[in-house]
Design a protein around this ligand. Structure first.
Ligand SMILES: Nc1ncnc2c1ncn2[C@@H]1O[C@H](COP(=O)(O)OP(=O)(O)OP(=O)(O)O)[C@@H](O)[C@H]1O
Ligand SMILES: [Mg+2]
Length: 260
């Protein structure tokens, strides 16, 4: 069984700037990773590579046993569920919630085929039901609240039954109740052995769902620390990542960090 993801010395350079600098990172089946780092650390760039939307300038990125550059990314993409602000921005405002999810089965944003398989519609409905959206399936995506949009995006990312689920800041813009609801839903997903390997990008330790197993900490395009969450999420590593003197508080698997 190959690793879900294996990056070796992955670098990205754009316009004379190094966005990622020699990243080594391995994700094994069943692992749930949190990616932490300040604004501009390179988190989204790294997710773009993991989601096959971008190739490294150097180094090798192997995803689900396939090396980027040697594989048709359109064959790989259905195996990777991706939710990001950039993808959400591509969803037409008038598209119905059900269509936003069902079109993921065809790798399209925006409904381009008249007849969908009944099976696909049923799966989309089932996912929307699981994510608390079953009463809103006919609503235009553009009319949803931020929290509702986030849940539709996750349902969409899960539509193809992926082997890797990438969520880039899924809780951004949510109110306190919405955040807690999402964290609890993600904790349930993390506990599901049948769920895909997961990567969740966040700025806030409060958004780490219980059950997440590993953490990757980035700063200025480089890895500060990577490994099992319990051993790696330390005050020392937080200080090195965020360049701040932080006190780490563990409330029984829910974390917070405050300036000293
Ligand atoms: N095409 C590009 N050309 C030059 N610089 C770029 C390009 N794309 C991104 N960058 C820069 O790369 C750096 C990393 O960006 P990235 O979006 O990966 O950071 P991030 O960790 O996701 O930040 P945030 O927490 O704000 O989302 C930023 O300084 C950004 O301005
Ligand atoms: Mg980002």
């Amino acid at each position: 069984m190959s690793d879900v993801l294996d990056f070796a010395a992955v670098s990205v350079r754009r316009g004379g700037k190094t966005l990622l600098d020699g990243i080594d990172w391995t994700i094994k089946e069943g692992e749930r990773w949190v990616v932490l780092g300040p604004n501009g650390a390179g988190k989204t760039t790294l997710m773009q590579i993991a989601g096959t939307r971008m190739h490294p300038s150097s180094g090798t990125a192997t995803i689900l046993g396939e090396k980027l550059g040697r594989v048709d990314v359109f064959e790989l993409r259905p195996l990777i569920g991706l939710s990001s602000a950039a993808l959400a921005a591509q969803i037409p405002e008038q598209e119905t919630v059900l269509n936003v999810v069902v079109t993921a089965a065809y790798g399209a944003t925006g409904r381009w085929r008249e007849e969908y398989e009944k099976l696909d519609e049923r799966r989309a409905f089932h996912l929307l039901h699981e994510w608390g959206m079953s009463t809103l399936i006919n609503r235009p995506f553009g009319s949803l609240s931020e929290g509702e949009r986030k849940r539709v995006q996750i349902a969409r990312a899960l539509m193809t039954d992926p082997e890797l689920l990438i969520l880039d800041e899924p809780a951004a813009g949510l109110d306190l109740g919405g955040r807690e609801d999402l964290v609890s839903r993600l904790a349930t997903l993390a506990a599901d052995e049948a769920a895909p390997a997961m990567v969740l990008v966040t700025h806030h330790l409060e958004e780490i769902p219980p059950g997440f197993t590993h953490v990757l900490m980035l700063r200025e395009g480089g890895v500060v620390a990577a490994g099992e969450l319990g051993a790696t999420l330390t005050e020392e590593n937080l200080a090195a990542t965020f360049d701040a003197d932080l006190k780490l508080i563990d409330n029984g698997g829910r974390y917070t960090a405050l300036a000293r």
